[in-house]
Design a protein around this ligand. Structure first.
Ligand code: TYD
Length: 227
């Protein structure tokens, strides 16, 4: 199938812990691939060697080790490299980019939930994105009590010790505020963000993601790719 007339797009997935972002990122990338659309799948924090290095020292630290302002700066530093070295060049090369978490995570975790000033968050976002705002952000929404139960269940099934990274150790109240704050970001950015309930079967959610992508990018339908 000829896909040459379809402009490459930058799609991000956001939401709390355990809502199934990584699975949905993979499924969307695979579905676009089956239509002949080249996709770069990536994640934050990380995505490039420098950003992965920053990831490992933020996420393995103790909660008190950095302080939320420094974390916001570190996530933005990782993002700056990720955008410059991977995201922008991939889009220029005609590839779609799908990223598991991006700047809305800094706004939700460090900004709205962590209390870092809006103006600093805006400035860091301006610096790191350098104009590369996502074309579509899919926010996967789920009650954190249910999400945590799912994570616990998965860890039991897979025999993973339930340690979690530094953010997963935050209390449930934090995660409830986080959920509200992602929803607030969606309300503030209605042209870019779509909220989907993640409290459903994986296949049903994958179909909802696909419909959201098809609705958002009508040129996919014009090429006959969204059936
Ligand atoms: P990760 O293991 O990728 O979690 P998840 O599977 O939930 O995406 O760890 C990323 C953690 O870092 C997650 O708890 C969210 C947090 N984070 C921020 O606090 N700010 C940010 O800007 C980003 C990108 C992530």
């Amino acid at each position: 199938m000829a896909t040459g007339s379809i402009r490459p797009r930058f799609i991000t997935f956001e939401g709390g812990e355990g809502v199934g972002k990584s699975t949905q990122v993979r499924r969307l990338a695979n579905r676009l691939n089956t239509h002949g659309i080249p996709v770069v799948r990536t994640r934050e924090p990380g995505g490039t060697p420098k950003a992965e290095a920053i990831r490992s020292f933020i996420l393995q630290g103790k909660p008190e080790s950095w302080g939320v302002g420094a974390e916001a700066v570190l996530f933005a530093a990782a993002r700056l490299d990720h955008v410059n070295a991977l995201i922008a060049p991939s889009l220029t090369a005609g590839k779609w980019v799908i990223c598991d978490r991006f700047a809305d995570s800094t706004r939700a975790y460090q900004g709205l939930t962590g209390g870092v000033d809006d103006k600093l968050i805006d400035a860091l976002e301006h610096l790191a994105l350098n104009g590369n705002t996502p074309d579509l952000t899919v926010i996967l929404d789920m009650d954190p009590d249910i999400a945590f139960e799912r994570v616990r269940q998965r860890e039991l099934e897979e025999g993973i010790p339930a340690i979690g990274d530094r953010f997963e150790k935050e209390d449930l109240g934090f995660h409830r505020r986080l959920r509200d704050n992602f929803l607030a970001i969606a309300i503030a950015n209605p042209g870019r963000c779509v909220v989907l309930s993640a409290d459903t079967d994986e296949d049903v959610l994958a179909e909802a993601v696909w419909r959201a992508v098809a609705d958002h990018f009508p040129d996919l339908g014009q090429e006959g790719l969204t059936g």
